[in-house]
Design a protein. Structure first.
Length: 580
DNA sequence: GCCGTTTTCGGCCCGACTGTTTTCAGTCG
């Protein structure tokens, strides 16, 4: 296995794009590398494998030249052009482009004119006044560069806000704006509307009878720390959390154009507009210009925008240019929170949960679930809230007793067993066999090699009493990367053994991610959407798991826990094995 | 460097803002 990963190929193409850009290559060549990197990153099959089979040019954005570069990576581990560019372009130049207002062209000019090749030499030039003497660079430029350097902008990656926090703020801003007398429509747009993992800032779009009046109302909303005008009919502010908020307001007859434009993604809009140009139409946030008539059509709704372009309306979660604009695209019926009939991963006070067994059961009933698996942490969890085998046996009794008393819901006695470094679960098979349901997850020894971690997790997937793998990559959005693991190998093993893979709904996990979840479903793996709730209130976190499933194009038939209990029960590996 | 109801060359989304400019290039979203 241990093959050249899609991520490694995409990283190489992104680096090539950055270096070619600094080298002064034509922008479209740079763009070609960026597009290729994006498409490789979101491919649901192994791009290295495709390349060996001679089929990689079927991937959009990959032609003969990039095919050769991937082949070079497979055969030699590197790309000659990349090695050469790294020798020629000083490594400090890329960091300089992270400063606001400083792009590849200016970096190149500073390097050529003044020999500036790092943040340090840039600061020295600005402080000595040498910077504003360069051709095309004035006093203002020098000042803004120093301000940005002092603020440490170039060292720290721009902070991103996890979607649940962004949505909480966004929903409050939207509600407040809708209360304004001038408001006609107010919606969250941007990556938040597409339900991305995290957002850089929050885009809110609105239609109003008096646009300027509504734009001015942003400043009065309590979640905002600061707000001010940002041109006519626009406002910009910052929430107390530091999240930037942009508001744009138009007349009602342009609201569809504005919402479509600001929902993005950039890649979706570029692809959409390129296709429109071929039909003689030019799309912007203000309307659709028809070359033939010279007239601009304004659209009050998004549906009208897509209809004018000969397309059916596309769900925001799909707008990533991952096939939703391909000819013959049929809009999929995406899974919703209401489709879920059970939750297979939650905790109680027995381990680190905050709610009792009874409260979790009641919470599930209030959500209308037909089944709930109680999956407390296991024997080696640590933190003082591990569950010994004897304690788990007593919990099985309690779950069975409560299940007998409750009507309308089936409680499953389960566990979230730790996958030990050697791949074994941390309870005996005998005990696991007594349970109704076993989720297995990695909670320790994250720093293994990819080969060892993959072997560890494949062993767990092959274990007869492990029904599902929880949060399969261990990532924490904006906090830590996934551990090194070959997800393709996990998917293959899960498909082969009938083991389910989870989309964990904890807002900072959403693990599997959208790309992996789509690949898993395409491989025939049954995907779960779970809350991983640690109290009854957080059972609602399935919202974020459903968001990821939708971004993965998944419908209810691909999510195991949309099934009624009678059907789900038979999908469990332990039941299928017993029947075989 | 890719790609094709303007196909194998000549295109490649659209608009706003900024600063350094007398008409625009670069950056950003």
């Amino acid at each position: 296995m241990a093959d050249l990963s899609n991520t490694a190929i995409a990283d190489a193409f992104d680096e090539l794009a950055d270096l070619y850009e600094l080298d002064g290559a034509v922008v479209h060549r740079v763009l070609a590398y960026r597009t290729a990197a994006k498409n490789v990153r979101s491919a649901t099959v192994s791009v290295a494998q495709l390349t060996r089979e001679g089929r990689v040019t079927s991937l959009p954005g990959i032609g003969r030249t990039l095919e050769e570069k991937i082949l070079a990576m497979i055969e030699t581990g590197t790309i000659p052009a990349l090695t050469k560019l790294r020798d020629r372009i000083p490594p400090g130049l890329a960091a300089m482009t992270r400063l606001p207002g400083v792009g590849p062209k200016r970096v190149r000019a500073l390097y050529d004119q003044l020999g500036i090749d790092s943040l340090e030499t840039l600061r020295a030039a600005a402080e000595s006044g040498r910077l504003s003497g360069a051709k095309g660079f004035g006093e203002k430029f020098s000042e803004s560069v120093l301000a940005a350097l002092d603020a440490g902008v170039a060292e720290r990656p721009a902070p991103r806000t996890v979607l649940d926090t962004a949505m909480e703020i966004g929903e409050r801003v939207v509600a407040a704006l809708r209360d304004h007398p001038a408001a006609v429509h107010v919606e969250i747009a941007g990556s938040a509307r597409r339900l991305a993992d995290s957002v850089k800032d929050l885009d809110i779009v609105a239609a109003a009878t008096e646009p300027a009046a509504l734009a001015g109302a942003l400043a009065g909303i309590d979640v905002l720390e600061t707000a001010g005008s940002a041109g006519e009919n626009a406002a910009r502010g910052r929430a107390h959390t530091g999240l930037g908020i942009d508001l744009r307001v138009v007349e009602p007859d342009q609201f569809g154009n504005l919402l479509q434009h600001f929902t993005g993604s950039a890649a979706h809009n570029v692809a959409l507009r390129e296709a429109a140009v071929r039909r003689g139409l030019h799309v912007s946030e203000y309307g659709i210009l028809d070359d033939a008539t010279g007239e601009t059509t304004r659209c009050a709704t998004e549906e009208e925008v897509y209809e004018r372009l000969g397309l059916a309306w596309i769900e925001p979660e799909l707008r990533e240019d991952r096939g939703e604009l391909a000819p013959g695209f049929v809009p999929p019926r995406l899974v919703t929170v209401e489709d879920l009939r059970g939750d297979l991963h939650c905790h109680t006070t027995l381990s680190d949960g905050r709610s009792t067994l009874e409260d979790m059961a009641r919470g599930a009933q209030e959500r209308g679930y037909e089944y709930l698996a109680i999956t407390d942490h296991s024997a080696t969890h640590g933190f003082g809230d591990h569950v010994t085998p004897d304690e788990l046996r007593r919990q099985i009794e309690r779950v069975r007793e409560l299940d007998a008393r409750l009507d309308g819901i089936t409680l499953l006695a389960g566990t979230e067993t730790n996958i030990l470094p050697d791949g074994r679960p941390d309870y005996d098979d005998e005990l696991l066999a007594e349970l109704d349901w076993v989720v297995a997850s990695v909670h320790t020894s994250f720093a293994m090699s990819e080969r060892d971690m993959t072997a560890r997790m494949v062993a767990a997937i092959e274990h007869p009493w492990i029904d599902a793998i929880g949060h399969p990559t261990g990532r924490k959005i904006s906090k830590r990367d996934a551990y090194k693991v070959d997800v393709d190998a996990l998917i293959e093993a899960a498909a082969r053994t009938g083991t389910m893979l989870e989309i964990n709904g904890a807002p900072d996990r959403r693990d599997l991610n959208d790309v992996h979840a789509r690949a898993a479903a395409e491989a025939g793996v049954m995907v779960l959407v779970d809350s991983d709730a640690h109290d009854a209130e957080r059972l609602k976190h399935v919202r974020w798991g459903v968001a990821t499933a939708r971004r993965a194009w998944l419908g209810p038939e691909q999510i195991a826990n949309t099934r009624p209990w009678a059907e789900f029960a038979g999908l469990r590996k332990r039941v299928k094995a017993a029947a075989a």
